[in-house]
Design a protein around this ligand. Sequence first.
Ligand code: ZN
Length: 329
Amino acid sequence: MTGTAPQYPDPRDENLPRRRSRLRRAAVGGALLPLCLAGWLGWHAVAGGPAAEPAGGAPGADAVAGPAPDDLLTAWPTALPTALPSGSPQPAAAAAPAPAAPTDHALAGRTVLLDPGHNTANGKHTTEINRQVDIGNSRKECDTTGTATNAGYTEAEYTLDVSRRARALLEARGATVVFTQDGDKPWGPCIDERARAGNTAHADAAVSVHGDGGPASGSGFHVIMPAKVTAGRADTSGIVASSHRLGLLLRDSFKAATGEPYADYIASQGLDTRSDLGGLNLSAVPKVFIECGNMRNAGDAKRMTDPQWRQQAAQGIADALTAYLTTPG
Ligand code: ZN
């Protein structure tokens, strides 16, 4: 963006920080996570780690030096050993371990809604995105332009790229992934439509991907979970608990995958709960937002502009959704 870039932070931003979390105790909930999650995180720390840039990096030589892109996309461990069909030859006791299956379908039959925040073309459609929509407990702009780094890398570019990377990881695990927009809409969609997309798809879980436009001195990421809102069209009472579980998993998984610290200028221990986001208020499926970093902070901006870091961010999001969908609530 050049001279036409909006002033940041945009006070109309769906995600503009409005208050600090009153749910500090939510962070304590991390200690109460099921042991199965702790085990998974342990596995991730050993076997996962930051994923390398898949295809698109240096071709050829990588095929010998490192794992193939497919391996990177299917790093999620299978919950059960693969059963051999009856009559199959049994492996000799001393044989080398069988190669990993080409794909892991841990998420087969599951539907995930990914919501890339904003739209790169919103700035050219101010009339449309400024239209007020009903979010249950108030009215709010249809959508906003989002923020950007000082160098002009926009939040909308960031959110779409990370969401696409996460989609590749989730689809490799067998999930059906639905997008609210895939760079295929002239603007928006509006925040109420973004919520409706997850409801219509009967998504098992939904994540809205964002980058924040906070004070330049602040850095770090945070996850936003829905407050209990029962007003007008909004009724989050059925998703507060499940979204909280998803939020804790996303907070932990994102930190493990990226090394990004919790935000030091908003939220508490990387967690916030809000009642002013239409995308959460109108959701009937478990849903959280993630502000992956502060694009107005030099350090965060540098990381968020790096494709390899964005792959790690996508890994964190995909791993959290996988954990949410494969561990008991
Ligand atoms: Zn945003």
